[in-house]
Design a protein. Structure first.
Length: 285
């Protein structure tokens, strides 16, 4: 695994078109860019697959709440299982293990996303998500049912080599950019607070001035060093999402990633850390 710096794509410089030199992003777009690239960095560390989903709407449908309809689609996705997709005819039964390797056929699909809403047409959602394979026809039919005939849906694999292109061209670089949001599992709960703390720690102390109201001295800070903050943030993510346990068992590599305080991830399975680690003691030895 290469320790490439966050927000810098070192995989293929030729495959990523440059951003316009004089394009000015708002503060909201800059925050969106950081949230998207942070989640993409975490997916790279966890070896999770990323996909780019575009949901369009008709012009006469702009009176409907686009985010509410997206949440309906999201709940339908996480209630779906590989077995249900096969039984309903969306995928062949023989393709279950090809599309969902090392996943129980009765378990729910994983869908952790970061989405951007733009004002194109009646409103368009550009979504980068990590998780399981979802048939394009299934998404198109369900989105058409939710949005009353808006069937135009595009989904494709988002590779690291054109990740910057996806972000710049389709998401936070959009002139019609309106708002963005993400799910809790896109990175982890509270990651924005950690990022702000790291960024503020890079501000230089310019001088100290007397605060007569509080009867003490206050430090006056300058602007944060963004390059240093990104480097520290990159190291923070690498340390936080590195495997807390790794070993070879029955010819395959077992990696355990920590998700929350009391939970760990084994591949795509979430288990209680205390129970699992006690059971893995014999494997580690």
């Amino acid at each position: 695994m290469g320790n490439s710096t966050l927000l810098v794509d070192n995989v293929s410089n030729l495959a990523v078109p440059s951003v316009e030199r004089f394009s000015i992003w708002s503060r909201k777009q800059k925050r969106c860019f950081q949230r998207i690239k942070t989640g993409m960095k975490v997916a790279e560390i966890e070896h999770s697959s990323l996909r780019f989903l575009t949901l369009t709407t008709k012009k006469n449908e702009n009176t409907r709440n686009l985010n509410d309809d997206f949440q309906v689609l999201r709940k339908r996705i996480i209630r779906m299982t590989p077995l249900k997709l096969a039984s309903l005819g969306w995928i062949d039964l023989a393709d279950i293990h090809r599309f969902y390797p090392s996943k129980k056929i009765g378990s729910s699909l994983i869908f952790e996303y970061c989405k951007v809403e733009t004002s194109e047409g009646g409103g368009v959602l550009h979504v980068i998500f990590k998780g399981d394979f979802i048939p394009q026809k299934w998404i198109s039919e369900n989105w058409s049912e939710i949005r009353c005939g808006s069937w135009n849906v595009d989904i494709r694999i988002c590779k690291a080599s054109h990740g910057a292109y996806v972000v710049n061209q389709y998401m936070s670089g959009q002139s019609a950019f309106e708002r963005f949001s993400w799910s809790f599992g896109w990175v982890y709960r509270g990651f924005v607070h950690d990022w702000l703390m790291i960024k503020r720690s890079t501000r230089p102390i310019l001088e100290q001035e007397r605060n007569f109201k509080n009867k003490g001295w206050d430090k006056k800070f300058g602007y944060p060093d963004i390059k240093l903050a990104l480097s520290r943030w990159n190291d923070w993510l690498l340390d936080k999402f590195k495997p807390i346990y790794q070993n070879t068992f029955n010819g395959s590599v077992v990696q355990i990633f920590r998700l929350q305080e009391n939970w760990v991830s084994v591949g795509k399975l979430r288990v209680n850390s205390g129970r699992f680690l006690r059971g893995c003691a014999c494997v580690k030895n």
